[in-house]
Design a protein around this ligand. Sequence first.
Ligand code: UGA
Length: 463
Amino acid sequence: MQDIISIVGTGFVGLTTAAVFANAGYRTYTIDTDENKINTIKSGKSPFYEPGIDGFVERAITIGNLIPTTSYSESIPNSNIVFICVGTPSNEDGSVDLKYVFESVSSIIENANSDLIIVQKSTVPVETARRLEKMIQEKNKKNIKIDVVSAPEFLREASAVFDTLFFDRLVVGARNNEAANKIIEIYKNVDSFSKVINYEKFIDYAFNNTSKKYLDNLPLFEKRILRTKVESAELLKVTANSFLAMKISFANSIARICDETGAISKEVMDGIGMDSRIGRSFLYPGLGYSGGCFPKDVSGMINTANEYNVDFGILEEVKKINSGQINIVVNKLKRLIGENLEGKKITVLGLSFKPGTSDIRKSQSIYLIKRLIKLGTIVNAFDPKATDEAKKEFNDKNLNYMNSIESACQSSDCVVIATEWNEFVNFDYNSIKETLNNKNILDCRNCLNKDKITESGFNYIGF
Ligand code: UGA
């Protein structure tokens, strides 16, 4: 029998996975309770901005393999594999809210008529699968077999399609080997599909020169598969994000010492990055980490450690260092324009938590703007994609959302680069020099060429 897949949740993970599976040849239901999102997908578009995804959704709808629906009763009885890709937000106390995971699994049990594999992809605390299995045991009154597999997702926003096609690893935690084999088989087909598509057609953030190098070095499919215990799969996902967040906070602390001593953070990071045991990635100091994953997963991991009485103070520090980066930026700003920020005009370029996305969840840029407004400054902000999202989150009489870099920089006392969009990296700052009040640039992502900028007569501070 050809597998028929249902995917619950149409966020970055759910919709990207569904669109790629459908393009790779699987009949795939994409389920969401939000009717607006489902209607947008039906029209061949993604409800959120993500480079390359529209092409995949459109093609999947055209060939008829992607079936968007709000109905579990339409999708689940026809499927033998269901992926859970729903949100797992933080509770006030930092623990993870599993409401959507439990609700969706409950609806799946209610509507299942034959044997089923539930693949848990949402990021969850260790032992969630065990709790799901208990719930299945209690609620499953029909004589059908339901297996739970944990296959955490490692895709990055802004390169979601690329990462789904050319995944660096597939972790499958399963108690039942046959269920694990089924999931591995699906990804084998995705891997074969990834080799025949013309990815040059989807050139964007995700399909650039670095991707080419990555693809040339991508190990064989078999080498990218890791079979684990269910609990290991759950735990290793949150461990990966916590570790990466720790690297960033580590780099930010070293950059603070660089600032005091005249050492250059880039040189220090380049030097330690040449040690293959350390590696160069995620050692870029700046405004700090944000987004829907790192802040949530660090808090979630702290919560898990507390629950099992494990002292994991290092992660408390990671969090503290990250929120402290806003102070560091404010201090650098004062070095450029003086102690009193009241009435000063500040340009903030970048609102999204990283380039290539309109996502502003836990965005350090927004936290920075809120602080700047509190300090009495007037902020002119611009982002190529995230302005609409930011407008929904925060408005103030002293915050102006602008339509271009040029307009955001008019009469500015300091231009702050908060997100390293290509548009800001490649911009000719000379062209707006004369429209500024003061020629100051604070580069919170170390993404501009310092020598070129200072030669042009700007005062420049980076990290
Ligand atoms: C992250 C992980 O990288 C993915 O592997 C994972 O699947 C995903 O979370 C998830 O759990 O869903 P993502 O949140 O999309 O992906 O973003 P990243 O590219 O990891 O960046 C996270 C934040 O760290 C951004 O705000 C970025 O600006 C910041 N960062 C990154 C730094 O400040 N310095 C660095 O050196 C690297």
